[in-house]
Design a protein around this ligand. Sequence first.
Ligand SMILES: Nc1ncnc2c1ncn2[C@@H]1O[C@H](COP(=O)(O)OP(=O)(O)OP(=O)(O)O)[C@@H](O)[C@H]1O
Ligand SMILES: [Mg+2]
Length: 373
Amino acid sequence: MSSELVLKDVDKIYGAGAIHAVKDLSFTVKPGEITALLGSSGCGKTSTLRMIAGFETLTNGSITLDGRPIHALPPAQRNVAMAFETYSLYPPLTIGENISFALKAQKLGQADVGKRVRDMAEMLEIGDVLHKYPSSVSGGQQQRASLGRALVRPAGLYLLDEPMGQLEPQLRAVLRGRIKHYLREHKCTTILVTHDQTEANALADRIAVMEGGVLQQYATPAELKARPANLFVGTFIGEPPMNVFPVEVRDDGKTVNFTITGSDGQSLAYAAADLPQAVRTRLQSETALMLGVRPHAVHIGRSGLKARVVTCQWLGDQTHIATEIAGRTVVSVSHEQITAKPGETIALGIAPHDLHVFAAGTGAAIAHGAELV
Ligand SMILES: Nc1ncnc2c1ncn2[C@@H]1O[C@H](COP(=O)(O)OP(=O)(O)OP(=O)(O)O)[C@@H](O)[C@H]1O
Ligand SMILES: [Mg+2]
């Protein structure tokens, strides 16, 4: 079943204004779309899901599912299925009964219910504990039972809060694939909460990055990486994180120089023709900038920024070199095997199309590669 979810100007303030957990949040999840809410601990992910599910009131704003305002309805009338961070299974029911309980309203035959519960349990690798009670299975098994209970029933919207947080990496990877296939096959409109960007990238069509209760950017995984809206997203998304330096720009008409602040004049110099006029014009009106470069775009070569090697590690398929320029760490990742000794000085080259430029004050993106934002 596919429904469209729209959040508009949603705020959540807990207590007497002490904690503003969600700030003016607006986004849409299209029918059948999988959206990940990604952000660090305390950024407001669970609060957002609980407001959508109806376990928390909105301080402001509206939530509609298929055009129907749901934010004032009791949870049971919202047509929303949710798997919680804390499993909240019914202790007196077995794992199997907990999952089948979700199908009660469906008026299905006993055999049909049994098959659906078994199929779900097999998909989640908990087929062997269906007869056990929640108190006698592991946290990871309880978590999967909670996920199964949410997924087994038809709903307009599925809300999954860290559904695999308790599982070891191998099982997580297997289940991730199966769950994505299941959500796609059943065209489930889904919001998945996670602080694991690998999980968000693997499962989601679009990722909503949150920080401090504020939506920073809502885009596809590829777009977040190529065109981060601000410095926060730029450094939050991607592994290892984006390198950033404070710079000043000087453009004499022939050469554009990005001089690293506090580095005794070290600069990246590009022929003016390598940067579009629109970008150059815009940069001239900015005084303090932050330059971002992804580790894969920092190339060891003959010319470029002079950097002191701190560590150099060959990881079997790539070399990670951490260097230092003006007290800042700059990481380079290469698929070749490179040897560099700590203390040695090397040159780091960066192509103009790999530059990300942000305003130093607001952190807002100005240009990505050779394109103005
Ligand atoms: N019931 C509550 N009463 C008061 N403050 C709360 C309540 N629930 C959450 N908060 C606060 O609201 C903010 C957002 O919390 P929330 O649980 O939504 O974060 P989260 O992104 O889900 O974090 P995590 O990744 O740790 O689960 C935090 O500062 C938290 O302490
Ligand atoms: Mg949470």
